[in-house]
Design a protein around this ligand. Structure first.
Ligand SMILES: [Mn+2]
Length: 345
């Protein structure tokens, strides 16, 4: 808090500039959008004559909902023209931006962020980087509070969306977050914020989910429910959905005849990932199927060439059987090792 207060004066100097570009990271999320919308408001409050612009190379679907709701506009463009003053917001790495880096270095760059500090901070004239904050929007709301400038409703909606989104619907919130929320939420319905952040998935994705569920085969090993299914697209989202509604592990295959490839998406619950790392499993299976795979402990995927000597149904059955077999092998090996260790103790 003290840190922000001490920095506010310097920040205000930059915000009073006549032309400012506020840059969001690639596929700008609600935190990036909320932060930029609020900063843009603050700049125009401090300098009503100024020219201010928000830009991103792409914007997420949820962020679009929010922008529509609050009637704010941002420029979707790559390699934007850089004015003398550029704010980079909620972005820790230059890789997340499509800007001319050599040109950027000649500008007055100001960074406001909550990610781990990187080399990007070195090119900045000034930065506020608070890693312990769950969102950049929270940092910016704090600045408003310190300056005793109460933001208008649309700005507060944008900031609340940023905070709620980055805290994973408040799961990562701390006391400061709740203090800031109670400051921002005056006259705003929290349900509305949640509604703005709830992404209505598109019709083809929902159809894929339903098909994946209706075609699902459930096998059980050691009390673990393994769900196997197939779709023609959205396999990752289907695998995730199947676990969210009750399976411990899911494997969903998509056969893409056109692209001459098969794809598998795997998901599991945390208690299963202690025994089988889905990314490792998919990496191994990917190689076995002469393709490639990888991922994280609870989510993995692979791509492999399509075997044209076989029918689609054969391929689906073979691949799902293989996934199941390899999963069971790995699970049993890990479980035995675990038991042995336990017995020794
Ligand atoms: Mn963020």
């Amino acid at each position: 808090m003290v840190k922000i207060m001490a920095s506010s004066e310097k920040l205000i100097e930059y915000l009073k500039r006549d032309e400012i570009l506020f840059l969001c990271h690639h596929n700008a999320d609600p935190d990036a959008i909320g932060s930029c919308v609020a900063l843009k408001y603050l700049a125009s409050y401090l300098n009503p004559q100024g020219t201010f612009k928000i830009s991103a190379d792409s914007v997420s679907k949820i962020s679009r909902n929010i922008l529509n709701e609050i009637g704010e506009h941002i420029d979707v463009e790559i390699y934007p023209k850089l004015p003398k003053t550029v704010f980079i917001v909620d972005t820790s790495s230059i890789n997340q931006l499509k800007v001319n880096f050599e040109e950027l270095k000649k500008r007055d760059v100001i960074i406001i962020d909550h990610h781990k500090k990187t080399d990007l901070a070195e090119v900045s004239k000034f930065h506020i980087i608070e890693e312990n904050r769950p969102s950049t929007s929270e940092i910016i709301a704090e600045i408003f509070k310190e300056l005793s400038i109460f933001p208008p409703k649309y700005v507060r909606i944008a900031l609340l969306c940023g905070i709620v989104y980055d805290t994973k619907h408040l799961k990562l919130a701390n006391q400061k977050t709740f203090d800031i929320i109670s400051y921002l939420i005056k006259g705003i319905s929290f349900q509305k914020i949640l509604y703005l952040l709830s992404q209505e998935s598109d019709s083809s994705k929902r159809t894929a989910h339903l098909k994946a569920c209706s075609r699902m085969e459930i096998r059980e090993v050691d009390g673990i429910k393994v769900a196997l299914s197939y779709v023609s697209s959205h396999e990752a989202s289907c695998a995730k959905t199947i676990v969210s509604i009750g399976a411990d592990v899911s494997f969903v295959v998509a056969v893409r005849k056109k692209e001459k490839e098969i794809r598998v998406s795997a998901r599991c619950r945390k208690h299963v990932s202690k025994y089988v790392h889905m990314g490792d499993l998919m990496e191994e299976l990917g190689k076995e199927l002469k393709g490639s795979g990888g991922g994280h402990s609870e989510a993995g995927g692979l791509n492999a060439p399509y075997d044209r000597s076989k029918s689609k149904d054969e391929i689906i059955k073979e691949v799902l059987d293989l996934c199941y077999r390899r999963f069971v092998e790995k699970y049993k090996t890990a479980k035995t090792r675990d038991n042995k260790m336990y017995n020794k103790m």
